[in-house]
Design a protein around this ligand. Structure first.
Ligand code: ADP
Ligand code: MG
Length: 452
């Protein structure tokens, strides 16, 4: 029998298609495993899904006021001024975007929070904010946090390449307040702590009552949904008739079929053994999984044979953004791909080589889209087993927004799985949802009078 080692181009490509394929059977297996992990997580048993209560329910659409939102996603830090009109419209009046320097992500925790305070200070100045007045700010902190009330929560563990020291186990609102004090910023009151998924759900829900899920497909991936309090078995003493939004932390789901490439990416990551689903799906890792396959083709002498054999040899030298560009090239002469390769120092790549590159990107991105769709299907089936209702899924994140064909590949899964009922599911981009939604959560906190 032929081993993987001595496969030719055709056999190797067919082998990859097979190991990366997510069949209908796989989708069903993922759904079943999700339900089992969800149940354990909600009951407080060991599970790869933490199922974290968020202390908020869905907004009514009547929340109003002006709020600032600070959105720390993973790659970017955004500051927004959001106005809620109380009738379902949320307007972002100003946005400032800052890139988090890699050194700040992995240095001392205090430096990270000082950097955030510095960004807040620039935002206040750039937007001509009167520092004599007081403002409520909602902090979207998109990492697993054990929340203790609407405006307090401890970081459980860093993800997405962050390792800043002295933050795990600490209340991130307290750390931010201390940094604001160090910087002499007195006009900001932190009214709410929100996860980006919860923000996204709140933002979409504000004007669409069918919205019952918030999903992130950006640097990382995660989701939340409203759960009946009676199902949150690990919680006692709450009104069992109500609902609470649950932050699933689904990036950590681990009942998935890992390939050798996924294993390598995991081994070389800063959080080995964690966030398996995230590493197979999200923007931070998709380029890297793909790069591993490209390298395997090169190593086998099946790609770029008359070009530089060291192409893409460095970790993280091939990005999900590059995949997007390659996937967007519909031309017969692969002009865009050519331009990209030339920029990467690769000349004289054959059309066959360019098509191979495009095909590898398709294989890994379709797998990512199908796994995300399977995970969404699991949540829909959990809350509405017979698919009686409409479901709007609010999605935020550049991977979903910008990757050509990503949402289409997700919808294909719904069609195969739910057949004609798939039309009840809508995937909608909730642009800046995580920031806008945080403002809505701050408004909920303000009306409930529960914020500190
Ligand atoms: P965050 O996750 O930090 O809130 P985004 O939602 O903007 O921010 O996601 C940024 C991530 O999305 C990047 O790290 C990258 O992996 C991915 N990304 C950025 N641009 C594109 C693109 N054009 N196509 C696909 N993925 C992209
Ligand atoms: Mg984000």
């Amino acid at each position: 029998m032929m081993t993987v080692a001595d496969m030719g181009y055709k056999e190797f490509t067919a082998y990859l298609e097979k190991v990366f394929n997510i069949t209908l059977g796989d989708v069903k297996k993922i759904i079943k495993a999700f339900h089992s992990e969800m149940k354990k997580g909600l009951s407080g048993f060991e599970s790869s899904l933490k199922m974290i209560p968020s202390f908020v329910e869905r907004p009514t659409g009547r929340e109003s006021g002006k709020f600032f939102a600070l959105d720390l996603g993973g790659t970017n830090l955004r500051l927004l001024a959001v106005e809620l009109d109380g009738k379902g419209a949320s307007n972002v009046s100003t946005v400032s975007k800052f890139v988090i320097p890699p050194k700040t992500m992995t240095g001392a925790g205090d430096e990270l929070f000082d950097f955030i305070a510095e960004c807040i200070s620039s935002f206040l100045t750039e937007s001509n904010i009167d520092k004599e007045k007081n403002y409520d700010l909602a902090f979207t902190f998109s990492f697993p946090v054990e929340q203790t009330n609407i405006a307090a929560g401890k970081l459980i563990a860093w993800t997405k390449g962050f390792t800043a020291s002295g933050v795990e186990g600490k209340d991130v609102i307290m750390l931010l307040n201390e940094a604001l004090k160090r910087k002499g910023i007195n006009c900001i009151r932190i009214a709410a702590l929100a996860n980006d998924t919860v923000g996204t759900l709140a933002a979409k829900c504000y004007n669409d009552r069918d919205c019952d899920m918030g999903v992130i497909l950006g640097t990382g991936t995660n989701a939340c949904y409203p759960e009946k309090i009676s199902n949150i078995k690990k919680w006692r003493g709450l009104d069992p008739r109500g609902e609470m939004i649950i932050n699933m932390e689904w990036g950590n789901f681990n009942k998935l079929r890992f390939t050798s490439y996924d294993k390598d990416v995991d081994d070389e990551s800063l959080n080995t053994g964690c966030q398996y689903l995230e590493k197979m799906v999200s923007g931070m890792y998709l380029g890297e999984v793909t790069r591993k396959i490209i390298r395997d083709y090169i190593h086998r002498g099946l790609l770029f044979t008359n070009a530089d054999s060291n192409a893409f040899i460095k970790k993280d030298s091939f990005l999900t953004e590059d995949m997007s560009l390659i996937a967007s090239d519909e031309s017969t002469d692969c002009a865009l791909i050519d331009e990209f390769l030339k920029k990467s120092g690769l000349t004289e790549v054959t059309i066959h080589g360019k098509m191979t590159l495009k095909n590898i990107c398709r294989i890994t991105s379709v797998r990512a889209a199908r796994i995300s769709a399977a995970a969404i299907s699991a949540v829909i089936k959990w809350t509405d087993p017979k698919l009686k209702n409409n479901h709007t899924i609010g999605v935020d994140g550049s991977l979903f927004e910008k990757y050509p064909g990503f949402s289409g590949a997700m919808l294909d899964v719904f069609k195969i799985l739910f057949k004609e009922k798939a039309s009840k599911i809508k995937l909608e981009l909730a642009k800046d949802g995580s920031g806008k939604g945080a403002a809505i959560i701050a408004a909920i906190a303000a009306t409930a009078g529960t914020s500190s």
